[in-house]
Design a protein around this ligand. Structure first.
Ligand code: GRF
Length: 219
């Protein structure tokens, strides 16, 4: 097998998406490996998954830096020290500077819990419920300097159910996040993504046959 793509993961909390990536990369035939995890929070639960797997778990507390740029440079240094090829944001709650993003052109991925371009930013599940959406979902995209914007690599849709709370909807979406993030990384690692402006073209992909309709038609 050719050399595996080297991933650096940035987290701030629970780290369930990092864990999903970790599980995928631990499959022998997966074309990418995680080489370091960086958290801006020392208490991030996800750090434990890294330690248990013997992956360098680095804490860089943003509170110790005078500026966003200084923090970003330190993160950048660590990623380069570990010879990272692509950066996966997985619940990383810091906005990265345009300088940082431009140093990793089309090499930063993010997972967002909505069907972008709808509902950028925080509180996506609350916004989805307030808007009365019948379908919600999640998106893996390439990071560009504008928040939650960039070529879309993969999306998954789920129904919004009557009586959903932000928590129940979040749980349903999170399950899909854990499916599509590793798949999106695989697409990149297999060299199947071509970026054309804001559009990511995916070679040899099988479209999902079944449309999701909610509520289900009776007839
Ligand atoms: C996920 O919902 C992700 O989409 C969003 O932040 C949350 C992180 O969860 N960006 P976890 O830390 O991966 O469990």
């Amino acid at each position: 097998m050719t050399r595996k793509l080297r991933i650096g993961v940035l987290i701030s909390g629970r780290g369930s998406n990092f864990k999903a990536l970790l599980d995928a990369t631990q499959q022998p035939d997966f074309p990418a490996e995680i080489v370091c995890v960086i958290s801006n929070k020392g208490q991030a639960g996800g750090l434990e998954y890294a330690r248990a797997a013997g992956i360098p778990a680095i804490v860089i507390s943003h509170t110790g830096f005078a500026s966003r740029e200084a923090f970003d440079i330190t993160v950048d240094d660590q990623l380069r020290r570990h010879q990272v090829d692509i950066v996966c944001l997985a619940g990383f709650m810091r906005v990265l500077s345009a300088e940082f993003i431009n140093r990793w052109p089309d090499r930063i991925l993010n997972i967002h819990p909505s069907l972008l371009p709808a509902f950028r930013g925080l509180h996506t599940h609350e916004k989805t419920l307030e808007a009365g959406c019948k379908i919600a979902g999640c998106t893996v995209h390439i990071v560009r300097p504008a928040l939650d914007e960039g070529p879309i690599l993969a999306q998954a849709a789920v129904p919004v159910l009557e009586g959903d709370s932000p928590g129940t909807l979040a749980a349903r979406i999170l399950e899909q996040e854990h499916r599509i993030y590793p798949e999106a990384v695989r697409l990149i690692a297999e060299g199947r993504v071509e970026i054309d402006g804001m559009v990511a073209r995916i070679r040899d992909s099988a479209p999902t046959a079944q449309p999701l309709v909610n509520p289900a038609p009776r007839g």
